[in-house]
Each structure stands twice: as structure tokens, then as C-alpha cells.
Design a protein around this ligand. Structure first.
Ligand code: G3I
Length: 392
């Protein structure tokens, strides 16, 4: 009869310690392997040579494309150099805050029955003054809502709130907007719905057809604007991105089948420089699937997060530039892609500075220009992609 092992306290401690060490070893090995993978992303011999000195907007225009950037009014006012450089490099402006319901110092909707267009008008005037296209972002989203929203919206007023907002905002800028992100980030497969839609207040109050309603209302308010569905997390060869691609295609097919006036899809394209699973063939097929629905595509919020990349600026810039070029060369091969917008033009104003700072405290470097508005390898990578892509 085998001796029953008496699990004494001492033995339990040793077992626990062994397990932790084992786990620690596994965790340590995984971290070391990730660090190796990231360093393997760097190719010091990679060529980012660009011909000539033309700005990104000119290189884009030469291929029938648009290059633009988001910006915040407060930054344009505070930084004249940025305000001067933006129209040099970009032929499209996207207000990062000012046309949302509420973001930062921009409160478009102070109360359920008031609108404050002060800052949105300033951004529209800036674009007009510099003869830039203006992109509206965003009419219907579950985030960036004013404090009264969560308690102020319910089943019997949601439709009026949604339609009045779109009629008023899209109507005010009718004829001045290149494209509107009519609905933003409406899918979330993890919410478990068979249609892959995100459980938002809009969905709870109005059902899945709130999306169709938003597009139809926008089409009436501004018949000249390209009407876009915008979303994120669609770029990589991961289970989550694949589920999101399936969900968005399901949504787009449904909208097209029911005659919703949707013209394009916005792929936010917030990339991660340390991500190693970008599958060009899968992503290219996804773009073809969207285009086969008769929809145009905009890369709407392109940037490359560098928080997990090495501190060395030369290495980091090369990896970020490689991520831009590897992604954009595939995206621009699809001629349904009509615009590339970076989410910011230069590093200090990136949203990532607040949301994804580096643990070593070094300034992040996710965008085409640096803190002094000098062109970086990322700028060269984007320029190369415009120069080498098929003409529209
Ligand atoms: O800095 C102010 C603070 O002084 C103030 O007290 C506070 C009051 O709300 O706001 C702070 O500003 C916040 C800002 O980030 C800086 O942290 C804004 O509220 C907040 O809205 C803003 O976040 C923005 C976010 O959308 C939500 O609006 C980011 O700037 C913006 O880059 C980000 O952009 C989104 C797109 O719209 C949709 N796709 C994803 C993308 C990134 O999240």
C-alpha cells in the first residue's frame, strides 16, 4: 500500500516555490523570446530611400490619393509651426476632438438641446483657409459622449437624439465635408451577439437598425459627403482581428443588402510596431472583400505604437518605418483605398503619448514627423508607398 503523501506545510511551500520558479522561468523565457522577436524586426540594411523632396500630399495626389492628418484646435493655436506644416504635408484635415459630441476642451453638445460649434467652426475655417479637404469625425459613437448622455438617452428619445444630432451637425457643414465617419466602432464580437455588434446604448435603445438610420439621416443632411463606417482592430493575423473582420464584413453585407447609403469603410489602422503577425495575404484579401461590395476604403487613423520597441531611436525609427511600409504597401495595392490619414502629423501630439507612454519615459515616436516637424523614416516609408503604389 503506497504511503499516502502527507502534504506538510513545508512541502506545500517548496511545491509552491518550485511552481513560481517554473512559472517565472516560463514567463522569463517568453519575455526574452518577445524581446528577440522585436529585435529581429529591425533590419539595419533596409532601404528607405525617397526620391525628391515633395510633401506627402503631392505624392498622394500624383496617384489620385489623399493624404491627411488629424489635429486638435488647441494644438494648432498653441503651435504655429504645426499650423504652418499641416497644410504643407496634408491635403485633408480631420478634427480629432472638435466634431465629436464631447472630447477634451471641445463640448459640441453641452446639453441635450444645445450645440456649441465654436471649435468645430474654427477647424472648418482652418481647412477652408488652407484649401484642405475636411473630414468629419464622428457622428455616432458610444464614446466621447457628454456627461448627460448616459442618463439622458432612452428608448423613447434615442431616435430623436440621433437624427437631430446628425441633421444639425452634418447639415451645418453640408457641402464642406469630404467624408463623415457616420458610425464609429459599432462592432465588438466579444459582446457575444450573433451579428457581432457592440452592445451600446444606441443599440439597446434602437436595435441594430440604428446604424442604417444614422446613414440615411446623414445622406439626407449632406448628400455630397462620402458616408463612412469606421472601425479598428482589423489588421493583424490574430483570432480577435479575424473575428472583427468577419463581423465587419457581415455588417457591411447587411447594410448593402438593405440599401443603406454607405459609401466607404474607414480602417483606423492603429498599428503596433512590436506586432509580429501581420499577414499581408490575409489583410489584402480582406480589402478585396470590402471592395467587392462596391465600397471605397480609407485608412483613417494610421499610426505605429512604439512603446514596446527598444529605446534606441535609430532602431525604433527603423522598426516603426518598416511597420508603416509593410502595412501601407499592401493597403495601397487595393485601388479602392482612396485616402491615408495619420492620427496626428508629429510625435508630441499623438494620442499615444497619453494612452501608451513608454515605460522608460522616453518620448514616443509613432508619427511621420518628429517634435521639430522634421521628416523621419516613417515619413520616408509613407512617401515610398505613395510613390510605388498603383495610380487610382
Ligand atoms: O486633457 C484633457 C483634460 O485636461 C480634461 O480635464 C479632460 C476632460 O475630459 O479631457 C482631457 O482630454 C482628453 C484627451 O484625450 C487627452 O487625454 C479628452 O477628454 C479625451 O477625449 C481625449 O481622448 C481622445 C479619444 O479619441 C476620445 O475622444 C484622443 O485624444 C483621440 O486621439 C482619440 O481618438 C480616437 C478616435 O476618435 C476613434 N478611434 C480611436 C482613437 C484613439 O482612441
Amino acid at each position: 500500500m503506497p504511503r499516502k503523501l502527507s502534504l506538510t506545510r513545508r512541502r506545500a511551500l517548496w511545491l509552491g516555490l518550485g511552481a513560481c520558479l517554473g512559472m517565472g522561468t516560463v514567463t522569463g523565457a517568453k519575455a526574452a523570446y518577445k524581446r528577440y522577436q522585436i529585435l529581429a524586426l529591425d533590419d539595419p540594411t533596409r532601404d528607405f530611400t525617397v526620391t525628391g523632396n515633395a510633401p506627402l500630399k503631392a505624392r498622394a495626389q500624383a496617384k489620385g490619393l489623399i493624404y491627411g492628418s488629424s489635429a486638435r484646435y488647441k494644438d494648432l493655436i498653441a503651435d504655429p509651426d504645426l499650423a504652418n506644416e499641416l497644410p504643407v504635408e496634408c491635403n485633408m484635415l480631420v478634427p480629432e476632438w472638435e466634431m465629436k459630441w464631447s472630447a477634451g476642451d471641445a463640448l459640441l453638445r453641452p446639453t441635450p438641446d444645445r450645440f456649441d460649434f465654436t471649435l468645430a467652426d474654427r477647424m472648418a475655417e482652418f481647412a477652408q483657409h488652407h484649401q484642405m479637404l475636411l473630414r468629419g469625425h464622428t457622428l455616432i459613437w458610444h464614446l466621447c459622449v457628454p456627461s448627460w448622455f448616459e442618463t439622458g438617452i432612452h428608448t423613447d428619445n434615442a431616435e430623436q437624439l440621433l437624427t437631430q444630432h446628425i441633421q444639425t451637425v452634418a447639415g451645418r457643414y453640408a457641402g464642406k465635408i469630404h467624408s463623415w465617419d457616420v458610425v464609429n466602432e459599432a462592432i465588438e464580437p466579444r459582446d457575444g451577439r450573433s451579428d457581432g455588434l457592440r452592445e451600446t446604448l444606441w443599440l439597446k435603445c434602437l436595435g441594430a437598425d440604428y446604424i442604417d438610420l444614422a446613414f440615411r439621416t446623414a445622406a439626407t443632411a449632406d448628400p455630397d459627403a462620402l458616408l463612412v463606417y469606421n472601425d479598428y482592430g482589423l489588421e493583424y493575423d490574430t483570432f480577435e482581428c479575424e473575428a472583427r473582420r468577419i463581423a465587419i464584413l457581415k455588417l457591411l453585407e447587411r447594410l448593402k443588402a438593405q440599401g443603406t447609403p454607405i459609401h466607404a469603410v474607414g480602417l483606423q489602422s492603429h498599428l503596433d510596431g512590436s506586432e509580429t503577425c501581420f499577414n499581408a495575404e490575409k489583410f489584402r484579401r480582406f480589402l478585396s472583400d470590402i471592395a467587392s461590395l462596391g465600397l471605397k476604403i480609407l485608412i483613417t487613423e494610421l499610426d505605429v505604437e512604439d512603446k514596446n520597441l527598444p529605446a534606441d531611436v535609430a532602431v525604433r525609427d527603423r522598426i516603426v518605418a518598416s511597420a508603416y511600409e509593410d502595412f501601407l504597401s499592401v493597403a495601397l495595392d487595393e485601388t479602392a483605398v482612396i485616402a491615408v490619414i495619420t492620427w496626428g502629423l508629429n510625435d508630441p501630439y499623438s494620442w499615444l503619448a497619453e494612452t501608451s507612454p513608454r515605460s522608460d519615459g522616453l518620448p514616443i515616436r509613432p508619427l511621420p514627423l518628429d517634435e521639430s516637424l522634421n521628416r523621419k523614416l516613417a515619413w520616408q516609408a509613407i512617401a515610398r508607398c505613395f510613390d510605388q503604389c498603383p495610380k487610382r
